[in-house]
Design a protein around this ligand. Structure first.
Ligand code: DGJ
Length: 731
């Protein structure tokens, strides 16, 4: 059994193939965190708890004269505020006449098959339900009558534990919730590093590693989206943990709005990790009899270094997250019109681009921004989801028909959550956007955000999107969002409830996505938020792929995709070949390398094929054939980072290995050259030690053991920014 309770030792035990997670009920009923790490036998872990009289660390009343029992020191599973634990808590609330303490004690538990349902929000699912088991522990506070239901869904075979919390108000007073973390993990020590992924628009998810230090180190977002700036994923690891060895713990929040991940090293050199909704500016009224559901946090542990951890996340996100049937289907190679035409097109130009794309072997043509309303630039039109007939005289349906006639599928861009002031929608419903009364709104890219905390706005969007999808043969939708939210004020929520707006916005978005995306299982949806500003597991629940970044510079993409790969599988990252000099950075990189880098994801193009040279067109045809031939290895294979763009100044390399380990693709891109250069080698990974492999284009065959120990030479003939793909096949 993946989850059980040992009544003798009062221990809850969660077991996966390689890890154990243990909690214990203290002699006073508190739930203590005992262990998360390598799988261990069911033993009494009492000896790990040490007790001593610690100055200025208070004691709960029920401990009587025992000054050695303090919640300020003991590792906890869920920490209530004002309980004598001064570390950053899991819960902050106000109830009754202003009470803010929570003294939750274990009041019961339940173990059942299947995954925990996260009300109104995405989460991992188990089908068949035998894939998972859920333990729910109820912590009840007898005074406020508030209960915290902690849920732990164990995907034993996949080495994953998904946690969440539901706060239930069984009292007579309204409870104002101010902080609720989805998961708290108390480590007994703190000699660890923290890894997180930070960045900015056009440079997302850069790898950052810092030592855990005294105080709180927090990452998060208050932008209404998970953000370009910090991804809702973090790793705690041993100091000597690297790609292939060492212990590491991952935490990933299945949420697309403001979040917080904080790591606190306390006075006793213990480390607390919290992850959940961002409490800043948040408050939520929970009525008597009501409840509040926190999003899910996905935990994983590995002693096989970051590769081991990534493999766990890649697998669970590929198999138990996305609801779209496309998670298992081969995705079409696409060409997107954005960098080809921006807003400057009409139907003739689009059809000419499409014709050329079809001739190159492109399978899906995507019409990006600018096709609707009065949208000739980014100042107007958002909200009016009907065709701009001045630009597209033939209309969307006919355009799609003609594109299908060319042998391609047709896709379209939308940005449903936004409105331009210059739009019919805004003129009709000026109160439908987020803004504070009496103040001019804060604009982002000239646009305002619709108030998705309102049901009427959501219903309008559902109707608008569903009619668009029914109006033409559309097989792909790029769902964009191009600004950070600023104001959190809704015209429909009264005073006292405005702290709920940003979370209600996210719930509204999920509702709309449920009603649009999940109602169209035949349409492939791609997430986008000015590139990768909402690259999170909750979006992957709806959309199997996300536009990784607006930055298509292949050299910058090495870093962006490297960082993204720690939590997210290749199947989730959309990556395109674009023109040079690159529109964002001005850099020129060979066409071949642009293809190699874009094949580290769901492959496509973002350029005007009419402007390509014959040589580029030839290369393009070959790239598409190559990608399709090795699609299964690239997208479904196990992913290995071979050389980091942060640590290796000379080259970046990565590798995919098919599930049966018989095929592999190694990609190398040179990032710097020196005169009279050294011969460099790259060690391969994931091969069968005693299998023999041929490397296409080279003579002989070599054992997996040799290739993984001695490596292969990085071809010295490659100049700066040149790259190579090596195909390995078992002999
Ligand atoms: C931002 C996206 O990331 C781009 O690819 C493009 O779709 C633009 N928005 C269109 O406005």
């Amino acid at each position: 059994m993946a989850a059980r309770y040992n009544a003798e030792t009062k221990t809850f035990i969660l077991e996966t193939a390689h890890s154990s997670y243990m909690m214990k009920v203290s002699r006073y009923g508190n739930l203590l965190h005992m262990y998360y790490g390598s799988r261990i036998p069911d033993e009494d872990l009492d000896y790990l708890l040490t007790f001593s009289d610690r100055g200025f660390s208070p004691n709960p009343y029920e401990a009587g004269n025992d000054r050695t029992f303090s919640l300020d020191f003991l590792p906890q599973e869920f920490s209530g505020s004002r309980s004598g634990d001064y570390r950053s808590p899991s819960l902050e609330l106000v109830w009754g006449e202003g009470g803010s303490a929570f003294g939750g004690k274990v009041a019961g538990y339940e173990i059942r098959k299947g995954a925990c349902r996260i009300d109104g929000m995405p989460g991992l699912w188990a089908e068949p339900q035998e894939q998972a088991e859920t333990l729910t522990i109820c912590l009840a506070d007898p005074v406020s009558k508030v209960e915290a239901e902690l849920s732990y869904t164990v995907f034993a075979e996949k080495d994953v534990i998904a946690r969440s919390v539901k706060l239930v108000n069984r009292g007579k007073d309204v409870v104002r919730l101010e902080k609720l973390m989805s998961a708290t993990i108390d480590f007994r020590d703190s000699d660890y590093d923290l890894i997180y992924f930070s960045g900015r628009h056009t440079m997302e998810r850069e790898f950052r590693r810092i030592a855990a230090a005294d105080g709180v180190h927090a990452i998060g977002s208050s932008r209404g989206a998970s953000s370009h700036q910090y991804n809702p994923f973090a790793i705690v690891c041993e100091k000597d943990c690297g790609e292939d060895r060492g212990q590491c713990w991952g935490i990933s929040l299945v949420y697309s709005g403001g979040f917080l991940i904080e790591a606190e090293r306390d006075q006793y050199k213990q480390l607390r990790l919290n992850a959940g909704l961002n409490p800043s500016g948040f408050s939520f009224l929970v009525e008597p009899g009501g409840d509040f559901q926190a999003p899910q946090a996905v935990l994983a542990w590995s002693d096989q270094g970051f590769t081991g951890l990534s493999h766990i996340y890649h697998r669970i996100f590929r198999e138990n997250l996305c609801r779209s049937p496309f998670r298992k289907k081969m995705r079409p190679v696409l060409l997107n019109s954005w960098e080809a035409a921006y807003f400057d097109f009409d139907d003739e130009k689009i059809l000419a681009i499409a014709r050329e794309a079809a001739d190159l072997g492109v399978e899906l043509f995507v019409l990006d921004d600018g096709w609707f309303g009065k949208r000739d630039d980014d100042v107007s039109g958002l909200g009016d989801w009907t065709v701009n007939q001045e630009k597209l005289k033939i209309g969307i349906s006919e355009l799609s028909r003609q594109i299908h006639e060319m042998g391609m599928q047709f896709g379209i861009w939308v940005e449903p959550e936004m409105v331009s002031e210059d739009s019919d929608l805004y003129r009709k419903h000026p109160d439908w956007c987020l803004r504070e009364p009496g103040r001019p709104p804060v604009r982002g890219r000239y646009q305002l955000a619709l108030d998705l905390s309102r049901r009427d706005v959501c219903e309008y969007l559902i109707e608008a999107m569903n009619s668009l999808l029914e109006s033409a043969h559309i097989e792909y939708v790029k769902w964009d969002m191009n600004r950070s939210l600023a104001e959190a004020w809704s015209a429909l929520l009264g005073t006292g409830r405005q702290g709920e707006v940003l979370h209600r916005y996210v719930l509204g978005l999920y509702y709309v996505m449920d009603q649009v995306i999940l109602k169209h299982p035949d349409v492939l949806f791609c997430g986008c938020c000015g590139g990768g500003g909402r690259f999170d597991p909750a979006m992957l629940y709806y959309q199997p792929q996300i536009w990784c970044s607006d930055n298509t510079d292949a050299v910058n993409r090495l870093k962006i995709q490297y960082g993204t790969s720690f939590a997210y599988p290749v199947s989730s990252m959309e990556a395109h070949v674009s023109v040079c000099p690159n529109h964002i950075t001005g850099r020129t990189v060979p066409f071949g390398t642009r293809g190699i880098v874009a094949m580290d994801g769901i492959f496509g193009y973002e350029l005007d094929p009419l402007k390509m040279t014959e040589e580029e067109k030839d290369a393009c045809r070959k790239q598409i054939q190559f990608y399709k031939k090795y699609y299964k290895v690239i997208v479904d294979g196990d992913y290995y980072r071979l050389a980091s763009p942060y640590e290796n100044p000379y080259f970046t390399a990565w590798q995919q290995v098919s599930q049966d380990k018989k095929k592999s693709l190694v990609s190398i891109v040179i990032t710097d050259r020196e005169g009279n250069d050294a011969q460099r080698f790259v060690r391969l990974k994931g091969l069968l030690e005693d299998g023999y492999y041929r490397i296409e284009g080279l003579k002989g065959k070599y054992s997996g053991k040799l290739l993984m120990s001695a490596g292969i030479p990085v071809p010295g003939s490659l100049g700066e920014y040149e790259g190579i793909q090596l195909v390995l096949k078992m002999a």
